[in-house]
Design a protein around this ligand. Structure first.
Ligand code: 5GP
Length: 193
């Protein structure tokens, strides 16, 4: 998505080897016009999938997920993160390992908000090693809901998340695909030699 790639070029900051900071428009300050355009784009990509619910993880997935929910006119549910795993009867839960922070987080969604009649689109801000998305997929399985696809704002193709999801035959669409960081600059897949 050209608008997003231009914004990443303008405002994204490469940190170290493999982290992109986008707190100017996505992860801290949020650009609602850009979120709305992304929501429309996800709608275009998944409109034939009869989506009934959007799922994401707090907190950075919420902005793009809500604007996607607006485009589909379906509810948006965000999984809550906890430090410790406290299993509760009324919640579906999964453990998510964060490679960036080197900690386990536990995520959960109330059984009230997802069930076997749901056809789910997962939305997240980044696809890196795929652990956050896999945690959501675990919850979708526990609920016996149907996964229709995964929509990602920024995919880092050099990390292993996409491979994991492709291996499971999941329909994944990313609005910006980063091939590499070279000398502190972002190189997108289509520009990559
Ligand atoms: P995963 O490794 O599970 O695919 O990514 C987990 C989460 O870490 C993402 O949902 C995102 O919130 C965060 N994350 C991963 N890579 C980056 C990055 O390069 N920049 C930012 N800002 N967040 C990232």
């Amino acid at each position: 998505m050209q608008l997003l790639e231009e914004r990443i070029k303008k405002d994204g900051q490469v940190l170290g080897e493999d982290v992109l900071k986008v707190d100017n428009f996505l992860n801290h300050q949020v650009d609602p016009d850009l979120m709305a355009a992304m929501g429309e784009e996800f709608y275009r990509l998944f409109k034939d999938a009869h989506i009934t619910k959007i799922l994401t993880v707090e907190s950075s997935g919420i902005a793009p997920a809500v604007l996607t929910g607006l485009a589909f006119h379906v509810p948006v549910v965000f999984a809550r993160k906890h430090k410790s795993l406290t299993l509760q009867d009324n919640m579906y839960s999964a453990t998510v390992y964060s490679y960036t922070k080197k900690v386990n987080n536990h995520i959960s969604i109330s059984k009230k908000f997802i069930d076997e009649n749901d056809r789910v689109l997962v939305i997240d801000d980044f696809l890196a090693n795929g652990q956050a998305v896999e945690g959501l997929l675990e919850i979708i399985e526990q609920a016996n809901a149907q996964l229709e696809g995964v929509g990602i704002v920024i995919e880092k193709t050099f990390q292993k998340g996409r491979e994991l999801l492709d291996a499971r035959g999941i329909h994944v669409e990313s609005l910006a695909r980063i091939a590499a960081f070279e000398n502190g600059e972002v190189v997108f897949v289509e520009d990559h030699q």
